[in-house]
Ligand binder design. Structure first.
Ligand SMILES: Nc1ncnc2c1ncn2[C@@H]1O[C@H](COP(=O)(O)OP(=O)(O)OP(=O)(O)O)[C@@H](O)[C@H]1O
Length: 267
């Protein structure tokens, strides 16, 4: 589904170069949930921007379903942290969800069905004619998720989508995302700061080093596919993974890198 090969990104500016990503190589197979964690400023957003074709890599390639990504790919949807900025305040909830479907060229009856189905799937079937600013933060993020789901993407990228909502809403949205993922059979790449969230959602967790980023470890999450907030988080394997990933992220913050050469340049 997705192949990232030798990805490097250097931001160039008059005040100097910033190497955000040094060398990233990984795959995601169709239907997989891969979570990405790493220290603040590691380059997680940069990585998602390169994968979504919004930013050109300095070197390396991103291939989606066999095609090189050089602009926003058709089969991809993205949900960002800032739902308030990603929804149009002058459009109703239904119109916000419908907009990308118009751009996709779907006919009116198909659009209406997808809008209604996706809003019902996220529990917002009764606020379709409201405006985003009339909804709570958690509800607005549900609209953004419904918009992505209605688009019927093959791959969905989510960049810290729940960072701005309260803990209870966050747990509900995590379950919603797992539910949509299971029902739609999509591939999901999910960036988060929250180690527990990465384990709860993921089948794999990619742990990134500090900038310039490389992969420290590709951790397999060996937990049953049926997850719930109490049982899964109390599973001894969940605790083991939490300790392991926490330790990796702490070492990443202290400058630990897997390759000798990079370790020297980071000092
Ligand atoms: N447009 C830009 N121009 C120059 N440098 C940039 C630009 N965007 C990001 N950077 C730098 O690249 C590095 C990686 O940034 P990025 O936002 O990808 O990290 P992140 O892991 O997503 O951070 P956080 O976890 O804090 O959200 C940072 O040092 C940042 O300052």
């Amino acid at each position: 589904m997705l192949e990232v090969r030798g990805l490097q990104k250097v931001y160039r500016s008059a005040s100097g170069d910033t190497e955000a990503i040094r060398d990233l190589t990984f795959d995601a197979t169709a239907g997989e949930i891969v979570c990405i964690v790493g220290p603040s400023g590691a380059g997680k957003t940069t990585l998602l921007r390169c994968i979504s074709g919004l930013l050109a890599p300095t070197s390396g390639t991103v291939t989606l379903e066999g095609h090189d990504v050089s602009g926003p790919p058709r089969g991809m949807a993205v949900v960002f942290q800032e739902y308030a900025r990603s929804l149009f305040p002058w459009l109703t909830v239904a119109q916000n969800v419908e907009l990308p479907l118009k751009e996709k060229g779907l006919k009116k009856s198909d659009r209406a069905r997808l809008v209604q189905d996706s809003l019902e799937a996220v529990g917002l079937g009764d606020v379709t004619d409201s405006y985003p600013w009339q909804l709570s933060g958690g509800m607005q993020q549900r609209v953004a998720i419904a918009r992505a789901a209605a688009y019927e993407p093959h791959i969905l990228l989510m960049d810290e989508p729940f960072a701005a909502v309260d803990a209870q809403t966050r747990a509900d949205l995590e379950d919603l995302v797992r539910d949509l993922w299971q029902r739609l059979g999509i591939t999901l790449l999910f960036v988060t700061h929250d180690i527990d969230e990465s384990i709860y959602l993921g089948q794999r967790v990619l742990v990134l080093s500090a900038r310039p980023t490389v992969i420290l470890e590709d951790v397999a999450v060996d937990l049953p596919d049926e997850r719930d907030q109490l049982t899964t988080r109390n599973d001894p394997e969940f605790g083991r993974l939490r300790t392991h990933i926490y330790d990796l992220v702490q070492r990443a913050k202290q400058g630990y890198r897997p390759d000798e050469e990079a370790a020297e340049s980071a000092v």
